[in-house]
Ligand binder design. Sequence first.
Ligand code: IMP
Length: 181
Amino acid sequence: MSEDQKPVKFFEPPVYLSEADIATRVRELAQRINETYGDQEITAICTLKGSVVFYSDLLRHLKMPVVCEFLGVSSYGNHTESTGEVKVTLDLNEPLTGRHVLIVEDIVDTGLTLSYLISYLKVKNPASLRTAALLFKPEALKSPELRIDYIGFEIPNRFVVGYGLDYAEKFRGLPYIGTLN
Ligand code: IMP
């Protein structure tokens, strides 16, 4: 085999949270969400792109009727530092008036994105608004008033990838969460 035919070996970030750890915790979060809402129909909002894997796993453990909505938000560009700027790149399809709304976020770092989303969605007059985040970095938080109702894992202030999370659009498809230096 010539040099240019050899498969490229991509960098595999070291495992921080395994597939099994994540699956167990996602089931636990779904159980708490099921207990909160009972049979009440909810609108679950997936914040694109990072939450897509968490969202689809969580969704499959929810027992109440769920209307799925997708909201494109961009806060990072290709950097590992928060810019504080939040841009809505894809808007919701349906009105939220009178709906029980659950925002599903991949990770809360400074909290600026989720704080922005809460104010963005509150003015749409939902009956209730709750938040779920798979990962939370308490040391990085810049919005102390932020309330996260369901937290998967509290993690140190390190950059993580995989399970939907990217660095410069890479690593989203890793089945586990790994760390980048
Ligand atoms: P925040 O506004 O600083 O809370 O950042 C939220 C967004 O930044 C998340 O939805 C992610 O898209 C991105 N982000 C923050 N920390 C990380 C990380 O460790 N890995 C990948 N993306 C991250």
